[in-house]
Design a protein around this ligand. Structure first.
Ligand SMILES: Cc1cc2nc3c(=O)[nH]c(=O)nc-3n(C[C@H](O)[C@H](O)[C@H](O)COP(=O)(O)OP(=O)(O)OC[C@H]3O[C@@H](n4cnc5c(N)ncnc54)[C@H](O)[C@@H]3O)c2cc1C
Length: 381
């Protein structure tokens, strides 16, 4: 996809009737129902919905800021280096390609691996490059994904793509000119050591945290946790009735994705209306989230799950499987829904599937749901 296709003018996507204030929030004052902007302006509210996302801490890895965008050090987590990533993959002539994942919460838990699988496909397509490439995934986590069935499948895909996985490897320093990455490695008994790995290509996913402006406010339960402290079902703040949160900035105990926002936003919207009308909050969010793991240029495993941390599927099929149909959805369907429905605030609940609902009912199909936290071998299609 050309980079320009991923960009729109903000005024084109803001829903009709919304006044857009260009200003950075510097402070929250929920007791006075106000936010303070960086230019000193004070904006008061009846209801506040916080949607500030997650903060990417590029400088938390020594030498990363200086190296990024040069020496084969790159990341798809910024627009500029996403373009540099494409250049790095095209120019790669073989050698060590290292892909990292930090130990913190991140947005889109599958993205650190998606880029590795796409890299593998590109390298293998070029004569002599694939066989002379060693792909290593260094993750600070102790598994590839927090949902067992998806994790097992991801291990299988990594093996098939000859990608070595190193667990409990946390990137702490990058020496771009010297082409060396340093990891803090935690052993099974908690003992720690350093490991230096040479690279020809280093794809970094940096540590992330709640935005400082939230963590330092009374909206967070503690400064260390930092997220807006919301009820995980209603999205309303646990202490301030006039404050809600959606998206990555909320303390929802589920994976941080755009798909989660898609389900949270209508719930929060209904609960805001209920609050304004003095009614009880009746709309609830079940923790739904989805991460489309792109495993090649024609296959995606759409990893959907909810607060139960078991796979579910909105499409009546076993989600623990790579599918061309899900690739089509990811490549063409989701961008269209994002630009034309989500950002404009149109109702989209079940939008894609609604025309098929009568047929699904006739065939007796229901939302696919794993019942007993099964391993992927025991899931039937
Ligand atoms: C490489 C990558 C791949 C991904 N792939 C997927 C995917 O396939 N599927 C999926 O569902 N999700 C995916 N995600 C995750 C998804 O992009 C995020 O989860 C989603 O954008 C979160 O939405 P949000 O509204 O909470 O935050 P954001 O989209 O980050 O929006 C936060 C907004 O707040 C603004 N802001 C921040 N601080 C302030 C301030 N102090 N004052 C005013 N404004 C402020 C920011 O400028 C930004 O506009 C991916 C993310 C990445 C990086």
């Amino acid at each position: 996809m050309p980079a320009r296709e991923t960009r729109r003018a903000e005024r084109e996507v803001v829903p009709h009737g919304v006044e857009l204030i260009h200003g950075e929030v510097a402070q929250f004052d929920p007791d006075q129902q106000a936010v303070l902007l960086i230019n000193g302006e004070r904006v008061t509210y009846d209801i506040l919905i916080v949607a500030l996302g997650i903060e990417i801490n590029w400088s938390a890895v020594d030498g990363l800021v200086e190296s990024l965008g040069h020496h084969g050090v790159t990341s798809i987590y910024s627009r500029h280096t996403a373009i540099y990533t494409r250049q790095c993959l095209r120019d790669f002539k073989g050698g060590n390609a290292i892909f990292t994942q930090p130990g913190t919460a991140i947005k889109c838990g599958g993205a650190p691996q998606k880029i590795m699988h796409l890299a593998r496909q590109q390298f293998d397509a070029r004569s002599g490059v694939g066989v002379h490439s060693s792909l290593v995934f260094c993750t600070a986590q102790s598994s590839l994904f927090p949902v067992d069935a998806y994790n097992a499948k991801m291990v299988e895909i990594s093996e098939r793509h000859h990608c070595k996985v190193r667990y409990r490897h946390n990137l702490i320093a990058v020496d771009g000119p010297g082409r060396q990455a340093t990891f803090r490695v935690t052993g099974p008994d908690g003992e720690q050591g350093l490991e230096h790995l040479p690279f020809d290509l280093l794809h970094v996913v940096p540590p992330m945290s709640a935005p400082r402006v939230v963590a330092s406010s009374s909206l967070a339960r503690t400064a260390a946790e930092g997220w807006v402290d919301v009820d995980s079902r209603t999205g309303r703040h646990c202490r301030y009735d006039t404050v809600f949160a959606v998206g990555d900035v909320g303390s929802f105990p589920t994976a941080k994705t755009g798909a989660a926002v898609r389900k949270q936003a209508p719930v929060v919207a209904k609960n805001v209306v209920a609050t304004l009308q003095g009614q009880d909050l009746s709309s609830t969010y079940d923790g739904y989230t989805a991460c489309p793991l792109i495993t090649s240029n024609h296959s995606v495993m759409l990893m959907e799950f909810d607060y139960s941390y078991k796979p579910v599927s909105s499409f009546f099929v076993n989600p623990v499987k790579e599918r061309w149909s899900m690739w089509l959805l990811e490549r063409f369907g989701f961008p269209w829904i994002y630009w034309n429905r989500m950002l404009k605030g149109y109702p989209h609940e079940g939008f894609l599937l609604r025309p098929f609902r009568p047929l699904a009912r006739f065939l007796g199909l229901q939302r696919w749901q794993a019942l007993n936290s099964p391993s992927h071998e025991s899931l039937e299609d």
